[in-house]
Design a binder for this molecule. Sequence first.
Ligand code: E4P
Length: 288
Amino acid sequence: MAAIPVKIFIDGGEVEETKLVSETLVKRFGKPLDGQTTNPSLIAKNLAGRKTGKISEDAALEEYKRIVQQMSKIIPKGSISIQVFANRQTTSGEMIKQARERVKWIPNASIKLPCTSQGLRAAGTLSNEMPINITLVFSQEQAAAVYEVSKKARYPIFISPFVGRLDDRGERGMDVIKNIVRMFEKGDGHVEVLTASVRNLEHILYAIYLKSDIITIPYKIFRLWADQNFPNPAETYIYKTENLQEIPYREDVLLGRNWQEYNLSHDLTDMGVDRFYSDWMEVAGRGV
Ligand code: E4P
């Protein structure tokens, strides 16, 4: 069976899934999972599943730490993304403080920051201190800003475009991967493209075809892929989608400017920040 030509991460908040996926990969390919992505919604789902009701923010944070520590034991050489908690008012200083605490939880942490001006400002400082994953990316222009703000990074930098959330509203999310990969061809290769918000097998196949560096896959979709014996796309592969509107390549978005000159705003980024925050607050209550 052909090896998988890109890095595979699991997207989730359940330790058991990490274990099952990594064991499957070891059995089939002789190598474990390359990494794990988590986010506040996924961890909140795990905590809500325990039906303990709302717990204090400190207790919830301790649980987040315990979960990623268990994941880290399963894939000690993998990269594990831990997200900061931010709403639209959270400053870069607050994100930096959270990041410096969370990165100490495990030796293989990568800190996830939102693709907002405060998030990227924090990334500019932190990329000299720790691996960074910029999350909630929905446009080529946001990707150009991530590239520029992390240009002097001394640690790995991932960028996570969320393809499924664009598909959900009728836009062809995979075009953002295609466009970013194309734009980064002119760069120095310091940012790895991590295809996120994967909803189906075609997302995996096309991400491999486009040479996305990493794909993070939810357990259910990983199982579908495994059940079909981990198909790879043929050289003649054509991404088949119906009723999704093309997101064209922007020739006018060029690398090489100051990161603050790019337009970072995207409504799905704002909505994503809100959703992560409210999902977390559902389980981790103030005053509990
Ligand atoms: C990635 O890091 C995110 O956790 C994830 O892929 C989000 O996916 P969703 O759009 O299914 O929530």
